[in-house]
Design a protein around this ligand. Structure first.
Ligand SMILES: C[S@@+](CC[C@H](N)C(=O)[O-])C[C@H]1O[C@@H](n2cnc3c(N)ncnc32)[C@H](O)[C@@H]1O
Length: 262
């Protein structure tokens, strides 16, 4: 459902920016991750996303479960999910016609070209919803309503996983000269992530050590092998010590839908 107060002109501007990005960058990681980061750093971020999805969602899904890839882009997430769990049934939704076409071609899964604020699915349609760096583009005043609609599309016991930039980290990056992306999207604070769970069982996690090391990729551009080793080490430390949810570039929120009916 379109949320009250939703400004359609800003949605069409945002869609145009994403269409442009899809047309200019295609199915490269920097089309959907950080446009200015070197590939080696985007690869580390991609691997971290995939690991969180495996641990927080895939491990809990039964055979043949249905999963929605929200704001699916060209399909990097669905591709990895299907490699790990070919039994799952994935559907993508994205308001960019270019990205939804790429998604279908790359993954073989169906994709719907639509706005995530107007979900074209009835309640209880999915066992899991993956919202990877997409809700950050919804106007802040409407995010809670969109999340409620998403939770409504989950089957009993289903899982919603969001991954978005942490606004605390972005403020620090801007202080040191980091600039806003043309497609916008500021991310969420830890407090707003917790409140989006609206009292339901939830967990939040981050990648503090990897976040501290990622800017090194900009300095060490000419030494990708060294950068890869440092980033892999940082990701391993974050896995061993799951702390530091506040100062992190990306943060995840896992919310459980209504309990399974007995
Ligand atoms: C940063 S990219 C992430 C893509 C994908 N989730 C991934 O992680 O690879 C954001 C995606 O969300 C889509 N998007 C942004 N706002 C949207 C909206 N309101 N409705 C549908 N798609 C949207 C964009 O077209 C883009 O493909």
């Amino acid at each position: 459902m379109l949320q009250p107060g939703h400004d359609p002109s800003s949605t069409s501007q945002l869609r145009a920016l994403w269409q442009e990005r899809a047309a200019s960058r295609g199915d490269q990681l920097n089309a959907v991750l950080l446009a200015r980061l070197p590939t080696v750093a985007n690869n580390a971020l991609h691997e971290w996303h995939c690991r969180v999805i495996e641990r927080e969602v895939l491990a809990y899904l039964s055979e043949g479960a249905e999963v929605l890839d929200l704001g699916c882009g060209y399909g990097r997430i669905t591709e990895r999910v299907l490699q790990a769990r070919p039994d799952l049934r994935l559907t993508g939704i994205d308001f960019s016609i270019e990205f939804s076409g790429m998604y279908k071609r790359r993954t073989g899964a169906p994709a719907i070209c639509a706005d995530v604020s107007r979900l074209p699915f009835p309640p209880h349609s999915f066992d899991a919803i993956l919202a990877i760096t997409v809700l950050m583009y919804i106007e802040p005043a409407h995010v809670a309503a969109v999340v409620r609609e998403l939770l409504d599309r989950l089957r009993p016991g289903g899982i919603l996983l969001m991954i978005d930039p942490a606004s605390e980290y972005i403020s620090i990056a801007r202080f040191f000269g980091g600039s806003k992306m043309p497609t916008g999207g500021d991310g969420f604070s830890l407090t707003s992530y917790n409140s989006l769970a609206a009292g339901r069982p939830h967990r939040v996690g981050g990648m503090p050590f990897l976040s501290a090391c990622l800017p090194l990729a900009l300095v060490l551009r000419r030494f990708p092998r060294l950068t890869r080793t440092i980033l892999a080490f940082a990701a391993r430390v974050d896995r061993l010590l799951p702390w530091g949810r506040r100062i992190t570039l990306h943060r995840w929120l896992r919310v459980k839908g209504e309990a399974r009916r007995l």
